[in-house]
Design a protein around this ligand. Structure first.
Ligand code: 5GP
Length: 137
């Protein structure tokens, strides 16, 4: 992995640029997204220098997810929303624009995503995908 020490979140972690911090512990930092997709859009990042989910050791990922869980709970209670979407993009091909691993926490009542559970997919395609993914695990 070629981690870029000058990416914007590395700068935030070093305190070189400011952020609206909502939580910090030894391993993680949570702060507001300044170009939010919805009110309360928050980012959770590990302090570990990882670009994508493939670049972080499992124990550090657990610390990160523990913080994600805490912040989701805080978003629900503080904003009074019923739902919080978790989003995490790996690689520019997936739309990742900041090359430091981060989880988006997007509070929402309704989203403009296609709603799951509403329209049946192509069962052959779904089955084939399940087999492929399962074989990789
Ligand atoms: P990505 O597309 O990499 O998954 O998401 C990067 C996120 O970082 C975007 O939602 C964007 O709004 C946010 N972002 C970009 N620059 C800054 C910044 O300087 N400060 C904060 N707090 N968020 C940023």
């Amino acid at each position: 992995m070629n981690y870029d020490n000058d990416n914007i979140f590395a700068k935030i972690l070093r305190g070189d640029i400011p952020c609206f911090k909502v939580f910090e512990d030894e391993h993680t930092l949570a702060f507001m997204d300044i170009m939010p997709q919805a009110e309360g859009h928050t980012l959770v990042i590990p302090k570990f220098a990882a670009e994508t989910i493939l670049d972080i050791p499992a124990d550090q990922l657990i610390h990160t997810m523990t913080t994600v869980q805490k912040v989701v709970s805080a978003l629900k209670s503080t904003l009074g929303v019923d739902g919080v979407i978790l989003m995490q993009l790996n690689g520019s091909a997936a739309g990742q624009s900041v090359p430091h691993l981060h989880f988006h926490l997007i509070p929402t009542h309704l989203s403009n995503l296609k709603r799951h559970g509403s329209e049946q997919g192509d069962m052959d395609k779904i089955k084939a995908l399940a087999e492929k993914i399962s074989a990789a695990l």
